[in-house]
Ligand binder design. Structure first.
Ligand code: FMN
Length: 303
């Protein structure tokens, strides 16, 4: 990847600004046979908890006109199996790994951070304080500045990894949450997670998903995500990674121009697992034509 694509995020610099979003790319090893996963800017792995989780009852996904709903419920193999079985393979493949973690208590977020701190080959820790798909906890940390600040500072105390905190569009005031996590020591803000939606199966006269509601992702989310990022950029000085509905170069340019230092690509991976590499090449050509570097366009749509 060319130098013009470098994406500085404080202590961490990504080779290119396209990271695959948590929950939409498994643990990345699943794609290694047909995508050069080492060339990705990074992969935020499926949210990892202390214990393995089976996830929610099916059906867990539903298609919508401009994206999808999911209520996976954070099914994952748990930190022990991830560190023992998956990390060696990810190191071998040379993947830039962002460890996305999920817990329902501050103590468990702290325990996860402590255990990841010693693991070789983790580029950053991403706290998912914004998952709408579990009954107990998760999102409640992400909807109030006070709770988000508390969990961030507790984790900050025990980790030396670059700390990313993922915000929820369901926060009453996302700027307040962003300011709180910055003040509590986050290095990077990632935004946004999904927002709850519902699809009704009219034949059964019941909600389609087993959990009734699911997190909405894909193209429908993009204008909301860009607006929120544009606003948060004005209120914090740490870098922001933007996401929500990115499926083309122009989509990603909107996020960069609103102020994103890098982006994550989620739902679009289902249709095209190599999309992030294609977008990185397209961005490279777009920047070269204009004799620009990525850092020259970040936030240029701001007043
Ligand atoms: C099936 C699915 C599973 C997801 N699981 C997680 C997760 O485990 N942790 C997390 O932080 N976000 C999770 N997300 C949210 C995505 O990382 C991302 O924030 C969201 O989908 C918006 O981006 P997109 O519109 O490009 O998909 C999940 C999304 C989908 C579609």
């Amino acid at each position: 990847m060319s130098a013009r694509l470098k994406a500085p995020l404080g202590a961490l610099t990504l080779d290119n600004p396209f990271v695959n979003a948590s929950g939409t790319y498994g643990y990345a090893v699943e794609y290694a046979d047909f995508v050069d996963v080492a060339r990705l800017g990074g992969v935020s792995v499926k949210g990892i908890s202390l214990e393995p989780r089976p996830g929610n009852a099916p059906p867990r996904t539903a298609e919508t006109a401009a994206g999808m709903l999911n209520s996976i419920g954070l099914a994952n193999i748990g930190i022990e199996a991830f560190v023992r079985d998956t990390m060696p393979r990810l190191r071998e493949l040379g993947v830039t790994v962002i460890a996305n973690t999920f817990a329902t208590s501050i103590e468990d977020f702290v325990e996860l951070a402590k255990r990841f701190d010693d693991v070789e080959g983790i580029a950053a820790l991403e706290l998912n304080i914004s998952c709408p798909n579990v009954h107990a906890g998760g999102m409640h940390f992400g909807v109030s500045g006070e709770a988000a600040g508390e969990v961030t500072s507790a984790v900050r105390e025990v980790t030396s990894l670059p700390l990313m905190v993922k915000l929820s569009p369901e926060a009453g005031d996302i700027c307040e949450v962003a300011r709180a996590v910055e003040a509590a020591g986050a290095d990077v803000i990632t935004m946004i997670n999904t927002i709850r939606g519902m699809v009704i199966d009219v034949d059964r006269r019941r909600p389609m998903l087993g959990q009734k509601m699911g997190g909405m992702s894909g193209p429908a989310l993009k204008p909301l995500a860009v607006r929120m990022l544009y606003e948060v950029y004005q209120q914090v000085s740490i870098p922001i990674i933007g996401m929500g509905g990115i499926g083309s170069l122009r989509d990603s340019l909107e996020f960069f121009m609103a102020g994103a230092a890098a982006v994550q690509v989620g739902t679009a991976n289902y249709a095209e697992p190599g999309i992030s590499l294609r977008l990185a090449d397209e961005l490279d050509a777009w920047l070269a034509e204009r004799d620009l570097a990525l850092t020259d366009i970040i936030g240029v749509a701001q007043d």
